[in-house]
Design a protein around this ligand. Structure first.
Ligand code: ADP
Length: 418
């Protein structure tokens, strides 16, 4: 059945509105109005399947008066809309009064006597979502092939609109859930870092005191306690740094510092661990002092975290290089290793709080997945940037750009990248 150009245009217009419409309700109203107008019907309605009620429910209607039809569940087995829904096909009834499937309750509420009905299922990927129906052709003729084409076209537009809307609501729910989980992480960090700090301070204080007063034979045990307490302290310090960044209480204590000196000191500190793994650690710092205006403690933490990761994720006998040089406006620091590398799918996430490439159930390495988020945050506090290139099985290269003068970099309003 060919549609007139005017009707084609009307359908096309609804199709366009479908892709542009932000409001599903408006679109549904537009569809019921058009369905009635284009087919010359007294009433038009859209019903959706409600799986809890195992019935169809009105979600939009035109010409049925002000009554709220939403409260009336339309049974699948005893209604014409139900037949279209269950059989997934167009159902036409010339005289509703004579049809055993006509559901009279709606007529009683709307005070409209249904004569003729045309109902089309709304189908998405072979699944019926609901029904669109038109009632009582005004000129009292029967519904014809053109009406059927219009109704089926509207039904397929509706299927897309409903699917879009449910995808949107799913995305919205996922967003809310992500925000909730993010808040839990934030609270967890704040509470744990605070609650662990005091008892750990006591453990460290007392065991250091005991080590001083007890004889040599107890030193090994006490050294183990102190060493492990120091590891816990490092974790808590990382948590505190994240918490300070979250609450905006982190401050940058800038003065002129030598990046060269910080790198040399940090590398020196890490040597025992590197030696245990027979790693070849090398620095490439050129001749200059590499002076910048920055917070030496934080720059130390940045380099320490990157170097520790390089040591942790490089197999025995591997190579690590810490290079630094001055480039226009910045000091560029690169920590590279020929270790296990990072899979491409994880790269975008490693700077997130608690993110670790290996699952915590199977991983061989320690850590809490906080080091890189702390590092990134401290680099950004300096107005700098951090990036990484990595090839699984070949190694990783973390690069940092620290502005020569972080105060000025911040004043000019930097855009941070990862
Ligand atoms: P953690 O303290 O647990 O190491 P980080 O935030 O420092 O946490 O690092 C997050 C994850 O990124 C690590 O668990 C590891 O999977 C990966 N990663 C970081 N640095 C390297 C590296 N040099 N080589 C390989 N993987 C790395």
């Amino acid at each position: 059945m060919e549609l007139s150009t005017r009707r084609m245009e009307q359908l096309l217009q609804i199709g366009r509105e479908l892709s542009a419409a932000a409001d599903l309700e408006l679109l549904l109203d537009k569809i019921v109005t058009s369905a009635a107008e284009m087919t010359g019907s007294q009433v038009s309605s859209i019903l959706l399947y409600d799986d809890e009620a195992v019935a169809l429910r009105f979600i939009a209607s035109f010409g049925a008066g002000e009554q709220s039809l939403q409260a009336i569940p339309v049974p699948l087995e005893k209604s014409i809309a139900g037949a279209a829904f269950l059989e997934k096909r167009l159902v036409a009834v010339r005289d509703a009064a004579k049809s055993a499937r006509h559901f009279k309750r709606v007529d009683q509420v709307t005070r409209i006597t249904t004569r003729s009905i045309l109902a089309a299922p709304i189908i998405y990927r072979e699944q019926a979502l609901g029904v669109i129906e038109i009632l009582n052709k005004i000129d009292s003729t029967d519904y014809n092939g053109e009406d059927a084409t219009i109704l089926e076209t509207l039904a397929s537009l509706l299927a897309l609109a409903l699917e879009n809307a449910s995808l949107e609501s799913i995305i919205e729910k996922i967003k809310e859930e992500t925000q909730r989980l993010d808040k839990m992480k934030t609270d967890f960090i704040a509470i744990t870092s605070h609650e662990l700090r005091t008892p750990l301070g006591l453990i460290l204080g007392h065991s250091t005191f005991l080590r001083e007063i007890l004889e040599d034979e107890y030193h090994d045990q006490l050294d183990t306690i102190i060493r492990n307490a120091m590891r816990l302290k490092e974790i808590i310090e990382n948590m505190t740094s994240v918490d300070n960044a979250q609450t905006g209480t982190a401050v940058l204590r800038s003065r002129t510092v030598s990046v060269r000196k910080i790198i040399e000191e940090t590398t020196e500190k890490c040597h025992p661990e590197a030696r245990l793994k027979k790693l070849h650690v090398r620095t490439a710092l050129g001749q200059s002092e590499l002076l910048i205006e920055g917070d030496s403690e934080k720059i130390g933490i940045i380099i320490n975290n990157l170097l520790k990761n390089a040591i942790t994720f490089t197999n025995e006998g591997g190579h690590i290089t810490i290079a630094a040089e001055q480039v226009p406006g910045y000091i560029k620091i690169a920590v590279s290793d020929d270790g296990i590398g990072i899979p491409a799918k994880d790269i975008a996430h490693i700077f997130e709080r608690f993110y670790q490439v290996e699952s915590h159930l199977t991983r061989k390495h320690g850590g809490m997945g906080l080091g890189l988020s702390v590092t990134k945050m401290m680099v950004e506090m300096h107005g700098g940037r951090i990036g990484v290139e990595s090839v699984p099985g070949k190694g990783s290269n973390f690069t940092i750009l620290l502005p020569l003068d972080s105060a000025q970099a911040e004043a000019t309003g930097k855009v941070f990248i990862t």
